[in-house]
Design a binder for this molecule. Structure first.
Ligand SMILES: [Zn+2]
Length: 400
């Protein structure tokens, strides 16, 4: 009897250990590079660049050579080991008793979280990221030193609309101080804009335009701009998913439902912009800009690429549209060599361009019904890239 009990005990101990060993069997994190990102920039973004061990591992994991190009629509294994965090300690999770190493790994996870490269704290999601080099080639100390230095920040601002994971925005500088921006995502509420009915997912233009709009707003706020997000959906936030759910609960900046009638709907957003424009103008603000974001092509349903519009006769509108266009052309040349870039800038008599008091530009970032353009907009990193390029173009136009 006793023998049997002992046997059971031994077996259960083996099982227990067996299970925990199973839980601790790490795998490598997979990510897409950003458009135009090469191996070095990709690794740098994840702070894996100053340890040659990481580079070597990356090339080996993905069967690449140093000179090979990366494809933004392809996932690569990064030299980051993913462990199921056991809720107790990093040391027991990875089976290594080195206290300093555990501390470095903790700092790394917090740095990556603060940069939005991961969404949740490892204690919350129970997923621990362990850089391969830090763990397996401990002689390279530079990574740790880099993690020790805090990223420059002159303050933070909380923007609930960005969602729980993204609501804290670090202000980097005062580049756009005293400048006001009205960021408008096209459609919303009862109007989803252009739709694409895929096999498994329906893509709604308003959702993708909204995500880019929020990302642009965040970029502007990081540089101290005053930003009005004219169409709002408090339960969406910045979304790092490929397929954004179509909903109809977008509201105006004052929380009003968006009217079904198109002209009323457009008038509401113009009123919201103009009311605030007058308020800031009274206070002496000289720089106010409206950016309207769409993901369709009204006039050329099948055409791809990016179209930039300004209102007839608006010199400043044209200047801004040209600057953003120039930035896109420059980025596309780097990112998609050989494909050619066909974006255009032209004047148009669109309702919102005509009826808003601040200088306005209207951007069609692609055609959501076009399967080629969809790639540009479905991947969250690409939406971030688009928002970054718009920001850079605005900066060029306004700060010159
Ligand atoms: Zn549209």
């Amino acid at each position: 009897m006793i023998k049997t009990k002992l046997k059971v005990l031994i077996i259960s101990v083996i099982l227990l250990f067996g299970f925990s060993a199973y839980a601790q069997n790490p795998y490598y994190l997979k990510k897409n590079p950003l458009k135009g990102e090469g191996t070095y920039a990709f690794l740098r973004r994840f702070h894996l660049d100053d340890n040659s061990c990481n580079l070597k591992k990356f090339l080996e994991l993905n069967n690449l050579r140093k000179t090979d190009n990366l494809f933004f629509d392809k996932e690569y294994k990064l030299p980051i080991l993913i462990y199921a965090y056991n809720g107790k300690s990093i040391r027991s999770t990875i089976g290594n008793n080195n206290y300093n190493l555990a501390l470095q790994i903790q700092k790394y996870n917090e740095l990556i979280l603060s940069e939005n490269l991961r969404k949740t704290h490892y204690t919350e999601s129970e997923i621990l990221w362990v850089p391969f080099g830090m763990f397996k080639c401990p002689n390279s100390i530079s990574v740790v030193e880099k993690i020790g230095e805090k990223k420059k920040s002159i303050g933070t601002k909380t923007v609930k609309l960005f969602g729980n994971e993204n609501k804290k925005v670090e202000i980097e500088d005062k580049l756009l101080e005293n400048r006001v921006f009205y960021v408008v995502s096209g459609h919303g509420g009862p109007d989803p804009g252009a739709r694409f009915l895929g096999k498994h997912h329906t893509l709604c233009e308003d959702e993708y335009a909204y995500d880019v709009a929020l990302r642009l707003a965040r970029n502007l706020i990081r540089h101290s701009a005053i930003v009005y997000i004219i169409i709002q959906d408090p339960n969406d936030g910045i979304r790092d998913e490929q397929y954004l759910k179509c909903d109809k609960d977008e509201k105006s900046i004052q929380g009003k439902s968006l009217p079904k009638d198109q002209v009323k709907r457009l008038k509401l957003r113009c009123d919201d912009i103009n009311r605030n424009y007058r308020k800031h103008k009274k206070k002496g603000v000289k720089s106010q800009t409206t950016v309207i974001i769409h993901v369709d092509s009204r006039s050329y349903q099948k055409r791809q690429d990016v179209f930039f519009y300004y209102y007839f006769g608006s010199k400043q509108g044209k200047r801004i549209a040209l600057a953003i266009h120039k930035k896109f052309a420059e980025k596309y040349r780097k990112v998609q060599k050989g494909r050619g870039y066909h974006g255009t800038v032209s004047a148009r008599n669109l309702y919102v361009l005509k009826h808003t008091l601040p200088t306005a530009v209207f951007l069609e970032l692609g055609n959501i019904r076009n399967t080629y353009d969809q790639k540009r907009i479905i991947l969250p990193d690409n939406r971030q890239a688009l928002a970054n390029w718009i920001y850079l173009g605005l900066k060029d136009a306004l700060l010159k």
